[in-house]
Each structure stands twice: as structure tokens, then as C-alpha cells.
Design a protein around this ligand. Structure first.
Ligand code: APR
Length: 311
């Protein structure tokens, strides 16, 4: 069986770590592309030199030329500027939408059948822009939101209780911004609702921490944003596609009426497999959850309207 080909655009913090996870999981051969000469080549070579130790045979190659990305099965886009302390994800919008346009056009020219996974922020707007600029069918494009935010919430719950990270599940929907919606009713530890294990005030502070988790790391790092969890989460999404796992993961997917949302991408629970976003699962939301979700949708919508993409 021929190996799969995965391109990662942007060889910065998130991109290089994504290449590392993809290679160690042997999901395919990896092409790492960046606009800066030498950086993707250097980081790829460094990764290849780790292969004998970690015993992976994925081939990682760095490039500045889109021709080398030809016929990729999955393309992960991390190119763009990250946040600095005090910035919100939406402050990145004008710079990153310009970068995204160049990148998407370069990618679809050589890989017209690829699945696109977007990491660049502000996430939900960038996914929408990638859809418009690429001309790809909407099920082929998804954005990294809930797979990351849910993992953050899971880690906070596991640390609170001192239990295994593997036994905690949590669902975060809505936009990948401060208005995201952690769903406490759907968070469980081995099937036990967290409301039976953690007092309400502590659950509320875990939910608040989840919403601001990206900013917490930006404030600590001072020179950039998080990259370990984001890269691990997007590699997990790539794995779901490449291995047709039918994973149920919250991610920014195209809604055509689900949850009352039409013609835009927003974080919802999705079955992810060989056909990308295969099915959106519509779970029941109570009044507060629905109001918070609608608020998050409106925040993304107004950013998209401001940008006037595709109008
Ligand atoms: N084409 C290719 N690569 C580009 C382009 C472009 N047009 N413009 C910028 N890049 C590259 C930069 O050269 C840099 O190597 O994107 C990389 C970004 O890396 P970092 O600055 O380390 O940023 P990172 O932390 O990886 O975050 C990237 O992901 O999580 C989001 O908000 C974050 O939008 C940001 C993105």
C-alpha cells in the first residue's frame, strides 16, 4: 500500500510539532512547507535524524515550493502569525487571511483532492476563507477547535480529580474564541457525569479556564501561542481521516442548517473519517447552552461579514 502524503504549511511552532506527531504515528510521508528558506528544510532534517531513535519510517521533507506538495491526501495549514499577550485571536485576522489566501491557492493548484485542516487563527473565519478560496467541497475542510479545547478541558478535569487523562471525556462546541461553549453536562469520567464528582463552583471555574486556556498560555510564553496541544489535536484529526476512524470529535465543520446554522463553519460534534466531515451529530442543548452557542455563532458571523470574503 502506497504511503499517504501529508503536507504541513507553516514550519513554525505548531507546524514543526505537527510534523513530529504525524511522523511518530507513521501516518504517512510528511512535507513541511514554509515561506522562509532553510527553516522547513532544517526542521525536517532534524526530525529525520530523530527517526532511528523513535523508530519511525515516515519521510519528512522540507520545502519552499508548492510543487513538492503535489497530490497530498491531507494538508494542515498553520501558516500565519500567532498571538502576543493582550491580543485576541481576531486581532490576527487581516494578516492571516492574506497569508491563508496565498497558501490555499498554492495548495489546491497541486493537490485538488486534498482534505484541508486549518489551524491558523481566528479559526472559524479562516476555515470559511479556506472554503471560499479553495473551491473545495465543504466536507473536505475542517478547522481545529473542539478537538483542542476539549482536550484542554479534559486535562483540567483529570488534574482536578487526580484521575487518568484517558478516562475523561469533554465536549466543547462553538467558535474557537473566548465565546466557545464547554458543555458540562456532556463531560464524564468513565461515563460518570462530572457533576457527581466535582462541586459546581469548581466545574464553573474549569469551564472558564477552558475558554481562556489559549490566552493563559500566551500570557505565560509572552512570545507566541500554544503549540503542543494544538499540534497533537490536529494530528489526531488527520489520523481520523487517513485511517477512516469515524472519530466523533468536535471541530469547525460546515453547517447547512444543523443547530440552526446555515452556510458557515462552526465547532460542532462531527464524525470524522475518510470522507472528512462525514456527519454532524446534533445533540440536545438546554436553553443556556443554546444561548451561549448562538452568541458564539454571532461573534464568528460578524467577523466574516466584516471581512467580506467571497462577496
Ligand atoms: N506561507 C508559508 N508559511 C508562512 C507564510 C506563508 N505565506 N506566512 C507565514 N508563514 C510561516 C512563518 O514563516 C512561520 O514559520 O508560518 C509560521 C508560523 O509559525 P509561528 O510564528 O511559530 O506561529 P505558530 O505558533 O506556529 O502559530 C501559527 O497557528 O495556532 C495558530 O494562532 C496561531 O495563527 C497562528 C498559527
Amino acid at each position: 500500500m502506497a504511503r499517504k502524503k501529508i503536507t504541513v504549511v507553516g514550519a513554525g511552532h505548531v507546524g514543526a510539532h505537527t510534523a513530529l506527531w504525524l511522523a511518530t504515528k507513521e501516518l504517512g510521508d510528511v512535507v513541511l512547507l514554509d515561506i522562509i528558506e532553510g527553516v522547513p528544510q532544517g526542521k525536517s532534517l532534524d526530525l529525520m535524524e530523530a527517526a532511528p531513535i523513535e523508530k519511525f519510517d515516515s519521510y519528512v521533507r522540507g520545502t519552499n515550493d508548492y510543487a513538492d506538495t503535489a497530490n497530498s491526501d491531507v494538508v494542515i495549514i498553520t501558516a500565519g502569525i500567532p498571538r502576543k499577550p493582550g491580543m485576541s485571536r481576531s486581532d490576527l485576522i487581516n494578516t492571516n487571511v492574506g497569508i491563508l489566501k496565498t497558501v490555499v491557492e498554492g495548495i489546491v493548484k497541486y493537490s485538488p483532492n486534498a482534505y484541508l485542516l486549518i489551524v491558523t487563527n481566528p479559526l472559524d473565519v479562516m476555515v470559511y476563507a479556506a472554503w471560499k478560496y479553495s473551491g473545495l467541497p465543504s466536507h473536505k475542510i475542517m478547522g481545529l477547535s473542539g478537538a483542542l479545547d476539549g482536550s484542554r478541558m479534559r486535562s483540567f478535569i483529570a488534574m482536578e480529580l487526580g484521575v487518568s487523562m484517558s478516562d475523561v471525556h469533554a465536549m466543547v462546541i462553538g467558535g474557537h474564541a473566548d465565546e466557545m461553549v464547554p458543555l458540562k453536562r456532556y463531560a464524564t469520567v468513565s461515563g460518570i457525569p462530572i457533576s457527581q464528582l466535582i462541586p459546581d463552583d469548581r466545574i464553573n471555574s474549569i469551564m472558564e479556564r477552558t475558554k481562556k486556556a489559549g490566552g493563559e498560555i500566551v500570557a505565560l510564553l509572552k512570545t507566541g501561542s500554544a503549540y503542543c496541544a494544538p499540534s497533537a489535536a490536529v494530528a489526531e484529526m488527520a489520523e481520523a481521516i487517513l485511517k477512516d476512524k469515524k472519530r466523533v470529535m468536535p471541530c469547525a465543520a460546515f453547517c447547512s442548517g444543523q443547530y440552526g446554522v446555515k452556510d458557515m463553519f462552526i465547532g460542532v460534534p462531527v464524525v470524522v473519517g475518510a470522507n472528512g466531515a462525514e456527519k454532524i451529530l446534533e445533540i440536545e442543548l438546554d436553553n443556556d447552552e443554546r444561548a451561549a452557542f448562538n452568541n458564539s455563532v454571532n461573534a464568528v458571523k460578524s467577523l466574516i461579514d466584516e471581512l467580506k470574503i467571497g462577496q
